[in-house]
Design a protein around this ligand. Structure first.
Ligand SMILES: [Zn+2]
Length: 433
């Protein structure tokens, strides 16, 4: 297949009249300033597909249900009770059905890969299914059916609080030892061996829910190159609990205890000091930001400006799936900073347009967090491509005002075309939406 794009975002920036040769699931060749004659497919403006580096697919089933304030104080912790009630109801069949619909919605929105952070391992009574991988496999099968690449992250979840409090009754389906998780991960790797759209990572739920020893055992038993994910510092109470138990804040503790490096994805690095942000940036780890969920739960704002100044890597995730939209995540990320600092941060320095900088950074960081060769339009990477909406109404406005320079296509996509879905989405070399 040879695709001809009028404009495409390549690693060095925008290029015109670009041909992209796709062989199987991979981009074979990219060339700019070509003519369209040899092409088989014609598109307008093309950008890389966006990896979604943090999802709990099952939570899509409660999207829109948690918006009524139940008690005096409604926050992450009261929301979590509602989430537990849902988690207790779903078997592998329901998980598969919800995940399939959710992954299809992700593709329509321009996500071309998903890191599924999965912790419902046992049956509703808290016993293992005859096949320990039953729930994990339901999610991988849903992703394959939808056509989205998946990094499945079977989570280690072994205690209720950093002081070693045992799991509660309502957490019985999550209970795993490092050995359980290693067994599930190894079985999944062998069942899906040869499918490059399936990656299996190593995952500790959070520093609340794992012991340092258990997490270390999991990491030692996992392949050296696999992605490592952990919820790191979502809540102030979580930071206080970790500090009380270990005398260190979560990011400090993590960096002190493990070789945190570019394989790591630290999800919700929300409650972090500037020193912690600098240490994440210096480690090469990807900060996993989930602006719509973090806003929905009232978590707080990530220290984006300090983090980008320190050269940090980042990506975005739809997390609770209350919203499934890359532009909405990125717009909220940027707007949160502008409201916080009462000035424009403009994503990143370097003279690039804000939308382009945020989008390209998130695509590259997200691909790394998913363990996929993806996240840009370049030879050798997965053919994950998004054709931006044509934005005809805005074109009209520009024609009226002929002296205005054309808006950067990604600035328009993220900030002005807020309701427009991508025109087409290719994942792994096939048009999926
Ligand atoms: Zn999460």
């Amino acid at each position: 297949v040879r695709i001809f794009a009028k404009r495409a975002l390549l690693p060095n920036g925008w290029a015109s009249n670009v041909t992209i040769d796709v062989a199987g699931a991979t981009i074979a060749q990219v060339a700019a300033e070509r003519d369209a004659r040899s092409a088989t497919e014609f598109v307008g403006t093309l950008v890389p597909g966006m990896p979604n580096l943090h999802s709990h697919a099952f939570q899509r089933a409660m999207a829109g249900h948690g918006e009524r304030r139940a008690s005096g104080r409604d926050d992450f912790w009261s929301w979590r009770e509602a989430m537990y009630a849902l988690a207790l109801e779903l078997g592998p069949v329901e998980l598969h059905r919800i995940a399939l619909a959710t992954y299809r919605a992700m593709l329509r929105a321009g996500y071309t890969a998903v890191a599924e952070f999965h912790y419902i391992h046992r049956d509703p009574r808290g016993e293992w299914y005859a096949d320990k991988c039953a729930a994990s496999e339901a999610l991988v099968c849903a992703a394959r059916e939808a056509g989205i690449a998946i990094c499945l992250l079977p989570a280690l979840y072994s205690q209720a609080a950093p002081d070693g409090t045992p799991l509660g009754e309502r957490q019985r389906r999550f209970a795993t030892s490092a050995e359980d998780v290693l067994e599930i991960a190894a079985a999944l790797r062998s069942r899906f061996a040869g499918d490059e759209s399936v990656v299996v990572g190593a995952c500790g739920h959070s520093l609340r829910a794992v012991t340092l020893r258990g997490f270390a055992t999991l990491l030692e038993g996992s392949p050296r190159n696999c992605p490592v994910h952990v919820h790191v510092a979502e809540q102030e109470r979580e930071v206080a609990e970790v500090e009380a138990a270990f005398g260190a804040r979560p990011v400090e503790l993590l960096v002190r205890s493990f070789d945190v490096n570019e394989r790591w994805c630290l999800v919700h690095a929300t409650q972090t000091t500037e020193a912690e942000l600098a240490s994440i940036a210096g480690s090469g780890a990807v900060a996993g930001l989930c602006p719509t969920t973090e806003a929905n739960l009232g978590d707080g704002l990530f220290g984006l400006e300090a983090y980008l100044e320190a050269g940090g890597a980042l990506g975005i995730g739809s997390d609770s799936n209350v919203s499934i939209s890359p532009p909405e995540e990125l717009r909220l990320l940027e707007y949160g900073q502008r409201l916080l600092h009462r000035r424009r941060i403009l994503g990143a320095a370097g003279g690039r347009a804000c939308g382009e900088a945020l989008y390209a950074l998130s695509a590259a960081g997200g691909a790394r967090a998913c363990g996929l060769r993806a996240g840009a339009i370049a030879p050798g990477l997965r053919a994950d491509l998004v054709e931006l909406p044509s934005g005809d109404d805005l074109e009209g406005a520009v024609v009226e005002r002929t002296s205005a320079p054309q808006a950067d296509p990604l600035d328009r996509y993220l900030f002005a075309d807020v309701r427009a879905a991508p025109a087409r989405v290719m994942a792994g070399g096939a048009w999926r939406a």
